[in-house]
Design a protein around this ligand. Structure first.
Ligand SMILES: *[C@@H]1O[C@H](CO)[C@@H](O)[C@H](O)[C@H]1NC(C)=O
Length: 413
């Protein structure tokens, strides 16, 4: 073995940690590789003393590096704690996944493990719409993440979806939130095809970083314009034959009422918060909940693209589809999504298995629902909060989320 060879090996070991290196068998492989190195190093007479010290130093550093955090996750993306955050028992991660090296385009994600027994819970991706709105801001911090912003602090959200699932929030496409493209021309013409492709590359690379989630049941969820992103990404996954255990998609066609946008934007624009999240502002001055179309120009014609064909093909390939809408007024269930689901059922000749009826959350009517086939296709509305306590709406969304993951009709009493 030449010295050159030692160096090559050492630098391979000392590479910044990617997730795979933290897998136990990899760790053992590395340790035995390092032992071999030490052995051949001590028996070698051809290395000058000073060079030997350098190599020894690298090896020792490697040992310390790998022996301390034996953890099957990318340490670099692990969040220690966010400023003002209450203590929690689950792990959080945030960071970037590069989707295009040449153009230096990277998407930002925020990932919460399930509050309890994450290994036995599914993985759920959440996408916000807009186009141009952030899933981290809207989905995670304003709707169903574990925290909400209150002034300078974070407080626990009682109806956090990571009670039931491991939750992955993705800011997409590049230009949204902390996600960026170093080549700004990208922002001048973004469309659904590019978005779906980048989202797929993101997922592929995210799973490579978090391999223990690869075999889990996987669901894609989202709201508003994500009513396009969600089925389009699902279709790409099915077509690509990737080993992703996609079980279902859910999409809301109407945004629920939320408040606290201002303080959430303020919080995410704090330097200490950005540091804790491993986020950067690349080519922008501020993080924004939604980007306007002057900055991120999304092909307007895409709004007209019909997703009916996509959804039909998804249901045919065994993916559960749940379409829901939040109604602001109890008396008027939102018509649009119900009409869409009816149309889909007719096209696929799926029989109604749960006739249109009220569903319940606690003792109250949570909204209306209808199910077709063996829960292959479901519709539900969430009764708005305008006539009752505002806190009941997240409770209803949470009930709906649970029923969707379990593949069960919503409770009728
Ligand atoms: C930047 O992106 C545009 C459009 O996507 C492309 O035409 C151009 O070649 C890119 N510039 C560089 C320097 O790569």
């Amino acid at each position: 073995m030449t010295l050159h060879h030692y160096h090559a090996n050492s630098s391979k070991i000392a590479t910044p940690p990617t997730l795979d290196l933290f897998e136990n068998k990899h760790l053992q492989g590395l340790l035995s590789e390092t032992k071999e190195l030490l052995f051949s190093l001590s028996s070698s007479r051809s290395i000058m003393q000073s060079q030997r010290w350098i190599v020894m130093g690298i090896i020792c550093a490697t040992f310390i590096h790998f022996l301390m955090p034996v953890e099957p996750f990318p340490i670099a993306d692990k969040i220690t704690s966010l400023p003002g955050q209450p203590q929690v028992s689950f792990q959080q991660f945030a960071g970037y996944i590069t989707v295009d090296e040449k153009q230096n385009r990277a998407l930002f994600y925020y990932f919460f493990e399930a509050e309890s027994q994450p290994a036995s819970k599914p993985l759920v991706l959440w996408l916000d719409g807009g186009p141009g709105c952030s899933s981290v801001g809207a989905g995670a911090l304003l709707e169903h993440g574990p925290f909400k912003v209150r002034g300078d602090n974070l407080v626990r959200n009682e109806y956090n979806w990571n009670k039931e699932a491991n939750m992955l929030y993705l800011e997409s496409p590049a230009g949204v939130g902390f996600s960026f493209s170093a080549n700004k021309s990208f922002y001048t013409n973004v469309n659904e095809e590019i978005t779906a492709r980048d989202n797929l590359i993101f997922l592929q690379r995210w799973f490579a970083k978090y391999p223990k989630y690869r075999a889990k049941e996987f669901f894609i969820t989202g709201e508003s314009y994500a009513g396009h992103y969600v089925p389009q990404l699902a279709q790409l996954i099915v077509q690509s034959n990737l080993k992703i255990n996609l079980k279902g998609i859910a999409e809301a066609d109407k945004k629920e009422l939320v408040c606290g946008e201002g303080i959430t934007e303020k919080y995410l624009n704090r330097k200490d918060v950005q540091k804790a999240l491993h986020a950067q502002l690349v080519g922008i001055k501020e993080w924004a909940l939604c980007r306007d179309s002057d900055f991120l120009h999304y092909d307007e014609k895409n709004r007209e693209i019909s997703i009916i064909g996509v959804i039909v093909s998804l249901v045919k390939s065994g993916i559960r589809v749940f379409i829901y809408s939040g109604d602001q007024d109890a008396a008027i269930p939102f018509i649009g999504s119900r009409t869409l689901v009816n149309q889909l059922a007719k096209e696929m000749r799926l029989k109604t298995t749960v006739p249109y009826r009220a569903w319940f959350e606690g003792k109250q009517v949570g909204g209306w629902t209808q199910v077709y086939g063996k829960t292959q296709l479901s519709f539900a509305s969430i009764r708005g909060a305008s006539h009752t306590a505002p806190s009941t709406q997240p409770a209803r969304s949470f009930s709906l989320f649970k029923a969707f993951l379990a593949g069960k009709p919503l409770p009728n009493a």
